[in-house]
Design a protein around this ligand. Structure first.
Ligand code: FES
Length: 84
């Protein structure tokens, strides 16, 4: 769920997972490690959305191919530089 599309009160009682919640203390989630290793980090606005979207996809479709990943991540827009 994109946080900008719902009111906070609508999430009352829901379980929320943020990008910070992916890490286990100081140990980053493998997706976060991958972004660091492969220089995938962008800014603090889009990177959390990209990582949490990728996490949600891979939780439901662990064998998603590159085309599916591109399709799902297509909703994550870079508003500053136009990164694809
Ligand atoms: Fe994050 Fe452009 S680099 S919105």
């Amino acid at each position: 769920m994109k946080s900008c599309t719902i009111f906070a009160v609508q999430a009352d009682g829901a379980e929320l997972l943020t990008v910070e919640g992916l890490a286990a203390g100081a140990e980053l989630h493998p997706l976060q490690e991958g972004f660091v290793e492969h220089h995938g980090l962008q800014c603090g606005f889009c990177t959390p959305g990209i990582i949490t979207t990728a996490h949600a996809l891979l939780s439901e479709e662990p064998n998603a191919d590159a085309g599916r990943v591109r399709e799902v991540l297509s909703g994550n827009l870079c508003r500053c530089t136009g990164y694809i």
